[in-house]
Design a protein around this ligand. Structure first.
Ligand code: AMP
Ligand code: MG
Length: 523
């Protein structure tokens, strides 16, 4: 296969030297647009009548080596709705398929346009994509547009995930179009500028596999290896290498979601990025009370994408990826299936390893013991049965310090009422028993208390985007044009592990009796 390298050029630097810097620091090098036609279609954004700024991410602009002051000016907003094009961009819509709730469908960027790729000063390559800029050849029955609320939701959630240290696409801007979009009600239209390591998905491979286009599969596999796993780009078996690497990144990603209580909500294969970034913030939300069956999405009636199902469904999605790769895993079909199976069988152990590492961190365990998984599961079982708040429980866990005994130490550093949905504040013997065993475990690792606490602080966020708070902030911005709650929440979410700072109103669970929020795909 390496001898069949296709005619794409991996990076402009290797061809012509670095692309020349353009105004505001842009350095475009659109390698995906250079891939053969069929993988994408050229398309122009549809201009809108009255663009105006919603929000611009100065911080991210700086990370990307862009002049945020110049780009965030009132006169520049046209670029962020697609009325104007940055010099050097080459807008395309990407072709892909996807298993949506288990059924394969032909999709593609129906309401997104990839402007191109920007190379930052460190040489990292970023997709710059507009979400909601009008019709594309893949829009099917849709309008190619997005509403302000869901785009602000993506901005908030993706930036929160980034601050939590979890791989994710990011949000550079939300601009209003000045035009309505028609959903169940009439809503203000908006365009999000999404930044991603790439937008190559499991579904991208599924499309060309379903079409029997082996050449496109090979091209994509080599391109993806070069772009995301360059150190293994010359491996003799690129299909297998890619499968192994993607399995590793997905197992790490889903373990991180489980660490912070994140429910993606629509884990269709078109929403699984091979870069290992969290992508497509539709109906996602964070759990309050711990319950693995938690579902927020209004369309996920069977709980397919419930919180606790995410590892299993990721494994299912990876099996679809392996299937799509079969034609390039080995010329002999039976051997290809064996290779795929061997790779897939590694997932449960990889996930378990990443999950254990994450949860050991949450409990301040810096060493490993066989019983750790059991200890963690017991705590989770207790949290489930008492409807304890996931985030606050971990924040309030306190090891017994030197000179304290179990009976004098505060086991949870707060009143239970604040922490759980139940009204009961009675001491809980089950928790007490668990706490004692956790402390014995901590003592066996013989590490100073500050190290344990530092580890716990690093792994247990204090502030997460709680649904009731997020919804209130989005409603205020999109319905009353009051952006203060949105900015206050965003600022708190930028330092999720800091004890000081965020007001209780942003940190506390919803008041008892608050109905679980329903979320929507925003289409
Ligand atoms: P999503 O639920 O955002 O992952 O989208 C699934 C598919 O539907 C993708 O192919 C999208 O491009 C497409 N889609 C979602 N919303 C729209 C829309 N308003 N117009 C056109 N296509 C859309
Ligand atoms: Mg999607």
């Amino acid at each position: 296969m390496p001898s069949e390298r296709p005619g794409w050029t991996p990076a402009a630097e290797t061809q012509t030297g670095s692309p020349a810097p353009l105004p505001a620091g842009w350095r475009w090098d659109n390698s995906y647009a250079r891939l053969p036609e069929g993988l994408h279609s050229s398309v122009q954004p549809t201009p809108v009548s009255q663009p105006r700024w919603g929000i611009f991410n100065q911080d991210l602009a700086t990370t990307l080596g862009l002049d945020g002051n110049a780009l965030g000016q009132p006169g520049q907003v046209g670029f962020f709705v697609g009325n104007r094009l940055f010099e050097g961009s080459e807008p395309i819509a990407q072709a892909y398929a996807g298993h949506q709730f288990g059924n394969l469908a032909r999709l593609g960027d129906g309401r997104a346009i990839l402007l191109g790729e920007h190379l930052d000063p460190q040489g990292r390559r970023w997709d710059i994509q507009l979400k909601g800029p009008g019709l594309t050849p893949y829009s099917r029955g849709g309008d190619g547009r997005a509403a302000l609320g869901p785009m602000l939701r993506e901005y908030l959630m993706s930036e929160a995930m980034h601050a939590l240290g979890i791989p994710t696409t990011r949000s550079l801007a939300v601009a209003l179009t000045g035009e309505p979009v028609f959903r169940e009600t009439t809503l203000p239209g908006a365009v999000l500028t999404r930044i991603a390591a790439s937008h190559i998905r499991v579904g991208t491979f599924e499309l060309f596999s379903a079409m029997g286009d082996i050449q496109a599969l090979k091209t994509l596999a080599l391109y993806t290896l070069q772009r995301h796993f360059p150190e293994r780009a010359d491996d003799p078996k690129p299909g297998k290498t890619l499968l192994e690497e993607v399995i590793e990144r997905q197992s790490a990603l889903v373990a991180q979601w489980m660490r912070v209580g994140f429910v993606h909500g629509v884990l269709n294969t078109d929403n699984v990025a091979l870069s290992g970034e969290t992508i497509d913030y539709g109906p996602c939300a964070f759990i309050d009370a711990y319950d693995p069956a938690t579902v927020f999405s209004s369309i996920d009636r069977q709980g397919r994408y419930a919180f606790g199902n995410q590892p299993k469904i990721t494994s299912w999605n990876l099996a679809r990826f392996a299937e799509a790769l079969l034609p390039i895993l080995d010329p002999d079909e039976a051997t290809a299936v064996e290779v795929a199976q061997a790779c897939l069988e590694a997932f449960p152990a990889r996930f378990q390893r990443n999950w254990l590492a994450a949860y050991r961190g949450k409990l301040g365990l810096l060493t490993e013991e066989d019983g750790d998984a059991g200890l963690i599961e017991e705590l989770l079982g207790w949290m489930h049965s008492t409807q304890a708040d996931f985030t606050q429980t971990f924040c309030m866990l306190r090891p017994i310090g030197p000179g304290q005994s179990e009976s004098t130490a505060p086991t949870l550093n707060t009143d239970q009422e604040n922490m759980t949905h139940s009204e009961s504040t009675a001491p809980d013997p089950k928790f007490f028993d668990w706490h004692q065993r956790w402390n014995e475990r901590l003592q066996r690792q013989s590490l100073p208390l500050p190290r344990v606490l530092e580890c716990m602080h690093r792994n247990n966020p204090v502030v997460i985007p709680r649904n009731h708070v997020v919804q209130a902030a989005l409603d205020a911005a999109s319905e009353q044009n009051d952006w203060t709650p949105f900015h206050t929440l965003l600022a708190a979410l930028r330092s999720p592990y800091q004890e000081a700072g965020a007001p209780d109103s942003l940190r506390n669970p919803p008041p008892p009796g608050t109905p679980r929020c329903r979320t929507f795909c925003g289409t």
